[in-house]
Design a binder for this molecule. Sequence first.
Ligand code: FE2
Ligand code: FE2
Length: 149
Amino acid sequence: MSTDLHTFMDRNEHLTGDDRMDRVHEEFHLLLLALRAAPADQAATALLDLITHTRDHFAQEDTWMRDLDYPIRDCHIQEHAEVLASLVQVHERLCQNDHRALPRLIHALEDWFPGHVQHLDSALAQWMVRRQWNAQPIMLRRNAASPTP
Ligand SMILES: [Fe+2]
Ligand SMILES: [Fe+2]
């Protein structure tokens, strides 16, 4: 697993201010860890679990953006569609016993996820909170400089 993603989750930098979104992102992380750890003969199943989760995860965010008329939704929805298409493509290759693309996919997801959460999902969460409560979300995070207990 990439140090960046581990550090990102460990420091709670994935928190957006929306509990529902944060829980889904934690699940995504766990499923990605499970995919990385899966032996070759279980990789297709682990990837299918990730696809099932991701389809719901992205569909929920896309629905929020459309239903709430979120003004900068197009690039976010587009990014979801591209990531999901990549997952499905690699799953099709795994089903044909071609595992060559899997390590690249895992690495790409580990690189992509923190930026997506911090830039696109956090902006959506803040906008939803502002719209609902006319306020900014408050997030308490472990200080990066603090020693681990
Ligand atoms: Fe998300
Ligand atoms: Fe998203």
